[in-house]
Design a protein around this ligand. Sequence first.
Ligand code: SAM
Length: 276
Amino acid sequence: MQFHILTIFPEFFRGPLDFGVLRRARQSALVDVQTHDLREFTSDRHRTVDDRPYGGGEGMVLKPEPVFDAVASLGVAPVGERSARRESVVLLSAQGQVFRQSVAHELAGMDRVVLICGRYEGVDERVNELLCNRELSIGDYVLSGGEIAAVVIVDAVVRLIPGVLGNADSSRFESFGVEEGVGEATSVGGGPRVTHGAGGLLDYPHYTRPAEFRGAAIPEVLMGGDHHAIRRWRRRMALTKTLRNRPDLLSGATLSREDEAILEELRLAGASGEPE
Ligand code: SAM
C-alpha cells in the first residue's frame, strides 16, 4: 500500500515514521510512504504556496495550484473512478468527518492514499470540492497543520494491513475492534483468546510483572489460571471502562445478554465499575 503525503514541511516526517511497527512495515515493503514538498510545485522565485483570503480576515490560505499539480503528478484517478481503483485523496481538516477505526479499516483496503496537509487558515476550498473524495479530522480540536493528523492516520491504517502485525489478532481484538468478542473463548495454547474489548468496546486493562508494584497488586483472577474466569473478568473490565470513559460507544457495540446484565449492575452501582 502506498501513502503520498503532500506538505510544506516534508522534513517533519523524518522520525515519526521511523519507529516500531511503521518502520518495520516500511522495511518489509508492505507499506510505502512518500512525502512531497508542495513548494516543488510552485513556479515563482519565492516558491509561494499561500495567499491572502478573499473577503478579508485573518491569516493566509494555501493556494490551490501547487496542490492540484502535486496530485496530478501522482497520476491519481479522477474522483468518480477512485474507489474502483482503490485510491483515495484525503484533505486533512478540522472541518472533516471524524477519523475513526471504521475509517481506518476502509483506508486499509486502498492501494493508494494521498493525504493533503493544510497549514495557515486552511486550504483553498476548491481543493476539497474538486480534488478530494474525503475530508477527515482526527478530532475536535484545531492543530497548526495537517502533518500530525497525517501521521496519526498512517499509523492507525498501517497496523490494519494484513501482515504488518506479527499477530493479526492484535488489531482484531482491541479497542474499537469490529470483531465480536462475546462468544465463548477460543483457546490457543491453553490461553484465552477471544476475551475482551472487541465488538466496539474499549480494551480491558493489561498488567505485567511485577505482581505487586508500589503497593498495588494485580487482580487476583489473572494469577489463577482459570481462563474462563479471566475471560469474564476482562469482558467486565472492558464494559466498565467503556461505560466510564466512552458511554457513547455502547449503543454501537455488540453486546450479549450477559454484557447487558453486567452493564445494568454497573449502572446501579453508580458506574464505579469495581468488580465484586
Ligand atoms: N481555520 C481552520 C478551522 O478553523 O477549521 C483551521 C486551520 S488549521 C490552523 C491548519 C491546518 O491544520 C488545516 O488546514 C488542517 O490541514 C490541519 N488541521 C487542523 N486541525 C485538524 C484536525 N482536527 N484534523 C485534521 N487536520 C487538522
